[in-house]
Ligand binder design. Structure first.
Ligand code: COA
Length: 292
């Protein structure tokens, strides 16, 4: 087992500001949170770091416990400690430093999202970033791609950050084209070429019911139409992702207190009031629909 390279305050600040694109407020709060870690929290941070170090180059993301009460930023520290491991992995596989920075920018975004949802600093789904720092996930243009299906040729999961602009078909096509070149180059032991790749996505964005409620100009139904759906989704619906990604509120926020600031929020709300049960859907990208 490797010693846990606990980041000090200077490293936390530098990594967050220079590599993760975090806001100064979040960097200040992370430095404060680091100073408040007790023995049990440090032990947990060490265990989480070890789970990353033991699985560099592994697929998908790891199952981690949520942050302990009173330490909503704890998972940040083992992730930052693993950045040098990620840079080594990227360097060995010919991944540009610019892409290392881009993938880490998701941490800065999710720190901002946590502040927006909970009204305080935190990183609630720290385990998501174990895909980033273990070298499984990459930001290629608008989209993220993660090596995540079963062996021997795991499909590439497609993920969509909130920051990065509209989800136009051109942006999607450019990203997928990039991934078709990038993934076989970085993982030659998995993919001989683009023909070995299959792209999948699971998201609230793929619910075909959205088409009936969003205006014509919305990019979301066009994105959803690129996929052949592989399941029916949970008939009980999907509150977690909508409250998080559409409304930016904690999951226990009552419906009548959700914000109604833009077309998407108003459309999703109108559907709920009419009895629509929104579902996460899972699909396989039809490359022909992108002309690829
Ligand atoms: C996916 C995403 C980039 C699509 O954005 P887009 O291309 O601008 O989407 P649309 O064309 O449908 O935008 C239409 C309207 O909805 C708004 N909108 C889109 N996504 C929104 C979101 N997640 N939250 C709040 N408003 C949103 C737009 O501002 C626009 O409103 P307006 O007409 O009042 O100005 C966007 O929904 C997003 O950032 N989502 C968060 C990340 C996410 O959900 N990822 C998937 C996780 S499974």
């Amino acid at each position: 087992m490797r010693a846990y390279p606990a980041p000090d305050t200077a490293a936390v600040r530098e990594l967050l500001l220079d590599w993760c694109g975090a806001d100064a407020d979040d960097a200040d709060d992370a430095v404060r949170a680091l100073g408040s870690l007790d023995g049990a929290a440090l032990e947990l941070a060490d265990r989480l770091y070890q789970s990353i170090a033991a699985d560099m180059g592994g697929k998908k993301w790891l199952g981690w416990p949520g942050p302990p009460a009173g330490q909503p930023m704890l998972s940040l520290f083992p992730l930052l400690a693993a950045v040098p491991d990620m840079l080594k992995f990227h360097g060995d596989r010919g991944v540009d430093e610019d892409l290392s920075r881009r993938v880490l920018a998701d941490i800065g975004e999710k720190l901002r999202l946590n502040r927006r949802i909970y009204g305080r600093p935190g990183l609630d789904v720290g385990n998501w970033f174990t895909g980033h720092v273990r070298g499984a996930l990459y930001q290629l243009g608008r989209l993220q791609f993660c090596v995540e299906g079963p062996d021997p040729k795991p499909f590439a999961g497609m993920h969509i950050r909130g920051e990065g602009g509209p989800l136009t078909l051109d942006a999607v096509r450019d990203s997928v084209e990039w991934a078709m070149e990038f993934l076989p180059a970085v993982f030659p032991e998995r993919y001989a070429g683009p023909e070995d790749l299959e792209f999948r996505c699971e998201s609230w964005l793929l619910d075909p019911q959205l088409r009936d409620w969003l205006p014509e100009r919305s990019n979301i139904p066009g994105f959803a139409a690129l996929f052949d759906l592989l399941n029916e989704g949970d008939p009980a619906g999907n509150r977690t992702d909508l409250w998080r990604f559409v409304f930016g509120r904690p999951e226990d926020t009552p419906v009548d207190q959700l914000p109604q600031d833009n077309t998407l929020q108003r459309s999703v709300m109108a559907g709920m009031k009419a009895g629509v049960v929104w579902r996460n859907r899972y699909g396989r990208l039809d490359l022909a629909k992108l002309g690829l």
